[in-house]
Design a protein around this ligand. Sequence first.
Ligand code: G3P
Ligand code: CA
Length: 267
Amino acid sequence: GTEQTAAGREDAPQVIAHRGASAYAPENTLAAVDLADEMGFAWVENDVQRTEDGELVVVHDDSLARTTDVEQKFPGRAPWKVKDFTAAEIATLDAGSWRGSEWAGARVPTLKQYLNRVDDNSQKLLLEIKKPELYPGIEKDTLRVLGEEGWLDRSHVRSRLVIQSFGADTVRAVHQQRPDVTTGFLGAPAVADLPLYAAFTDQINPSHTSLTAEYVAAVHSLKGAHGKPLRVSTWTVNDTAAAQRVAGFGVDGIITNNPDVVRDAVA
Ligand code: G3P
Ligand code: CA
């Protein structure tokens, strides 16, 4: 981040609303995007997977069971994998009621719907390609949808889009197919291996649990795929103490379910 804070610090980490403002609204729904916007957060993170008929949808687990009413609507279809349902079937599911009746009717958004809402809100997107091993070619599908929805134009690519994955091959494929797009690798490669990653990514995004100041410094000492210092966004940091700890390490971004808590902690 570049905002000057009350404490005079010029480099407070960017706060990224994980699955939207997911401590307060059902994760990965348009409601969670809108709530992050209302709370003043530009950056949202999401998870992208693929349906049986090839539509990209925004949902975290590879099964629909935890976050929708799929078990009631399709009782014979255990274990309710995203990849075994059509987009039309998924569109019938309620993805909000599990978080309370006030969220009833929230849907599993298609990536297209999600991108349009983030755009309508003038927000920015840290897009995770989830479980790429289940979805061969999903990076190509993701780039196609991004292009169709206007997200690969200059202004989006320059400052509003990062694509990340736990799959190194997937991140590398995104970089090769669209070298202009900013990418992130989810995980914490050995320091000795970081130069290999720096060839195709701009960010190394590890869990906060085993993160150290030395590791952040090692990442920052290298230049990423676009010639700028490799950045670090860490996840999933939901309390004041953890946020202050990783801010002290000099991370560039904090991915959080509780963006308000983290903003106050690092201000
Ligand atoms: O953005 C990073 C974080 O979301 C990775 O873990 O399981 O929440 O997708 P997960
Ligand atoms: Ca994620």
